[in-house]
Design a protein around this ligand. Structure first.
Ligand SMILES: Nc1ncnc2c1ncn2[C@@H]1O[C@H](COP(=O)(O)OP(=O)(O)OP(=O)(O)O)[C@@H](O)[C@H]1O
Length: 310
């Protein structure tokens, strides 16, 4: 079942700026979707609309099968939001902060549940610490704990690891994986492609208010990802021998490096033929290596292509 369904969603801000221009998106129960996009692409606007913080100017959103405008209360209860900004009460203690969040949804106090949430986020030992005495990373954990206090089915994380150190980023990824294992549907926005690569099931790319694609992470990487065979030659070539021309080979590094790009999903990579031809031409090879383009390269080229077209 689709947990979140977004259809033709549009947002024009008061000044006339169109932040979303007809976004369609369907997110299955229990999946992790990473939304990638440059600054100003519309990621926060999209999340804010689904969470009921910003009113759309067109289209429809359903969460758990309910319309977010007609059925605001019941959909809002299904959603947890971890905002980009740290917006915590500095003098409040951790435990009270998280308990209070549950109360906001009109739910009965549940100490066992709050304890479980705090333990999962390694915050239990800090339960009596006032927020202002926590490190930035711990504050981010409190934001997640707050978002989980009313047992949401869908969790939105708006740039959860912006500006946090590598260690905490990895902790965060583990926390997200743990939530997924418990069946939570997760949508996160990120600027860190490595993050999407590490934890997402599907990747969505958004730019200038439009979704450019949504695709399974692995299939995206194999489909868009070119592979290269890099052949280091014993002695440099001035030009390509005639026998090797016309198949897109590149000669780099003053003729020392021969680069053969191929589609890793194609039946024939052309590698065997290339090696045979090199041998036949008497060209000695010192070393070979392959490299796969990363999600980052795919993303950058996709956004650039779009800008060129515009
Ligand atoms: N309240 C507002 N009024 C007018 N324009 C707005 C408002 N909020 C956002 N915008 C504009 O809408 C566009 C999309 O903003 P949004 O915050 O959704 O982008 P984003 O993808 O989350 O960016 P970032 O990665 O920088 O957080 C931006 O150009 C922004 O300036």
């Amino acid at each position: 079942m689709a947990m979140v369904e977004v259809a033709q969603l549009a947002k024009k801000y008061d000044g006339g700026f169109e932040a979303l221009k007809g976004v369609d998106l369907s997110i299955a129960e229990g999946e992790i979707l990473a939304l990638l996009g440059p600054n100003g692409a519309g990621k926060t606007t999209l999340i804010s609309i689904i969470c009921g913080l910003v009113t759309p100017t067109g289209g429809q959103v359903r969460v758990g099968g309910h319309d977010i405008l007609a059925d605001y209360r019941s959909t809002r209860r299904l959603i947890g939001l971890v905002p980009q900004e740290i917006n915590l009460e500095p003098f409040e203690k951790v435990l009270n902060t998280v308990r209070f969040s549950r109360g906001l949804f009109g739910l009965k106090r549940d100490d066992a549940l709050i304890e479980d949430v705090l333990r999962r986020l390694s915050l239990w030992d800090k339960r009596d610490t006032p927020i202002r005495a926590l490190s930035g990373g711990m504050k981010r954990r409190v934001l997640i704990a707050k978002a989980l206090a009313h047992e949401p089915k869908v969790l939105f994380l708006d740039e959860p690891t912006a500006g946090v150190d590598v260690e905490l980023r990895r902790d965060m990824w583990e926390i997200v994986a743990g939530l997924k294992a418990q069946g939570t549907t997760i949508i996160l926005t990120t600027h860190y492609i490595e993050e999407a690569e590490a934890i997402a099931d599907r990747i969505g790319v958004i730019n200038r208010g439009r979704i450019l694609l949504v695709e399974d992470k692995h299939s995206l990487m194999t489909r868009m990802g070119r592979k290269e065979l890099r052949v280091l030659l014993d002695s440099p070539l001035e030009t390509l021998p005639a026998a090797l021309e016309g198949r897109g080979l590149e000669l780099l590094d003053d003729g020392r490096l021969l680069v053969h790009s191929y589609d890793s999903t194609a039946e024939r990579s052309g590698i065997a033929r290339l090696m045979a031809d090199l041998a036949a031409e008497g060209i000695a090879v010192r070393d070979v290596a392959t490299r796969q383009s990363s999600l980052e390269e795919i993303f950058v080229s996709m956004v650039h292509n779009e800008e060129d077209e515009a």
